[in-house]
Design a protein around this ligand. Structure first.
Ligand code: ZN
Length: 180
């Protein structure tokens, strides 16, 4: 089974803001339009064993937190968004719990808000850490995703070599062929 949402940006908060896909382009796509979609995101990225069924208000909160995270990471944070991030970062995050059979389980009284707390905390930590200098915008022509460059020389250009990197190589090849 392939995952529904794109992963691999290097941080939870960076994967999360990609759920407004192709942001700022004519192809912009809302991947979290409703509570089933938000639940599916939690199932893919969260630590919980059972599927999560968030409320409609939680789905609205998710989009609000996502836009606040995007403002924070792109240097356009409004005071109301800063307060929103602080509010969600203060909520309980998933807690580890050992089962009788010795398995680690992650629990939260409200899994959806615990997930937003995790995202908000991750974003605040990232934006104020030295790693923030390694956050880059994908060079893919239509992509625009932000990712954390963990390569040693710090010269990674694409959110994913498999998708955006290969597309760039192909179009360079096509340009060479048509020029010759
Ligand atoms: Zn990309």
């Amino acid at each position: 089974m392939t995952d529904r949402f794109r992963a691999g940006a290097g941080r939870l908060c960076l994967d999360f803001i990609r759920t407004l896909r192709y942001r700022g382009t004519p192809a912009e796509t809302e991947e979290l339009p409703d509570e089933p979609a938000w639940g599916a995101w939690i199932d893919q990225f969260g630590p919980f064993a059972a599927p999560v069924l968030p409320s409609p208000s939680s789905s609205r909160d998710a989009r609000g937190v996502r836009e606040a995270v995007h403002e924070l990471l792109t240097g356009s944070l409004r005071p109301s968004s800063r307060q929103r991030l602080n509010r969600f970062a203060a909520l309980p995050v998933p807690a580890p719990s050992l089962s009788a059979s010795g398995e680690l389980r992650w629990q939260a009284a409200d899994p959806a808000s615990a997930m937003l707390a995790s995202v908000a905390r991750d974003a605040l930590e990232l934006a104020t850490s030295p790693e923030f200098a390694r956050v880059r915008r994908c060079a893919g022509s239509r992509c625009g995703a932000l990712f954390l460059d963990t390569s040693r020389p710090g010269t990674r250009r694409w959110c994913s070599m498999e998708v955006c990197g290969n597309q760039a190589k192909k179009s360079t090849y096509r340009a060479k062929v048509s020029a010759s």
